[in-house]
Design a protein around this ligand. Sequence first.
Ligand code: PEP
Ligand code: CO
Length: 465
Amino acid sequence: MQPDVTTSVGDWRPDSWQQKPVTQQPAYGDPAALGAVLRQLSRLPPLVSSWEIEGLKRQLAAAVQGEMFLLQGGDCSESFDDCESSVIAAKLKILLQMSLVLVQGGRKRVIRVGRFAGQYAKPRSADVETKDGLTLPSYRGDMVNRSPFTEADRRPNPELLLRAYERSGLTINFIRALIDGGFADLHHPEYWELGFVHRSPLAAEYMRMVESIGHSLRFMETLTGGRVADMNRVDFFSSHEGLHLHYEQAQTRRVPRREGWYNLSTHFPWIGNRTRSLEGAHIEYFRGIANPVAVKIGGAVVPEEILALCERLNPRNEPGRLTLIHRFGAEKIEQHFPPIVEAVQRQGKRVLWCCDPMHGNTETTATGIKTRRFEKILDELEKAFRILAYSGAHLGGVHFELTGDDVTECLGGASGVTEADLAKAYRSQVDPRLNYEQALEMALLLARLMSRNGPEPRNAPTLTS
Ligand code: PEP
Ligand code: CO
């Protein structure tokens, strides 16, 4: 494919990132094999369409106005082994249940975005890992290499890019089929029940919400004399960290009758906290694509950096184009976040603020297990609402690492996962996720925070969204 010289972003091209310093990319031993895979990838059909991408951008713009709320969640890293119907359906179920709770309790329409169908590449703090005197490349996600500590598994293999593309396609196809088939129909919330819901201490509160929605539906149907239109349809969008730039570039396309270039591997790619360097390759790639994009921000980032990011990624100050996903941690948010919000507000930059209360709250237990505490996650969310409201802004979304499965990776919550429980069902290869019950409880508590803190939406929320 020949790149077109007339893009709306000047000298940008899908491959112009290659002229910039790049980090967190795998070192492939055979560039010719990589090239052959990328040529195949760039001919394969896209996974999403520009209509959907533009639809999501409009919804994110509504969230910037305070009319909608973004719920983004899923695994830290998807695994090829988990590309199976029960795991995908469970992820969809928990996100649907959480969104229902947020619509009902938070009184906002919800934008549902999964960290799925492409979340296969991970940034790592070190390029290599040493065990018992053997040094091998770090595991960088199933798109790059495999996690077992053997030379063969850890060698980056470009063929895995094709496997990742295929599994992303299989995942998104199954999700679309479920949604189109009526899985998300509000008349049938029992479709989304997970086996253990009735054992949960939260079951009663959740069931009350479901019942109340059922009553409202029946009321509307009596009033209108038919089934309420569109109650069986919800939108679901995909997102992943746009880390592996060769993979992203291969899926970057022109589409008929629209300006610009779209990354058609996902609706909503984000830049990770480690790769957001202003002069780096990731910012260069992201500035030229037409998708809504997000950037994770954390650590000791300063307001000037954020303003420069806004300028670079959203020069036209278009609402919905840029989401800032802040992840400072419950302990640090009060120190680092307020000056950033103040500066962005003062300059009138139209961004969506989305809190990731997971990545700043990771800790390691005495026995060396990576975990996160439920109460710290909640604490950071509560502080984010407060800090933003104080500056006249508002929290427009949340970003969680979670799963629909009954894992024990994060501590606390109503069911009281303890340090001793962590060993029972710890399945994540990377970061610890909220399990089904913890995620649902988090949604119930978040809905309370939303109804206490949120600005009144300009339009009344509807049940479908
Ligand atoms: C992640 O989302 O899994 C991640 C690595 O996050 P961050 O870039 O915020 O560290
Ligand atoms: Co993570």
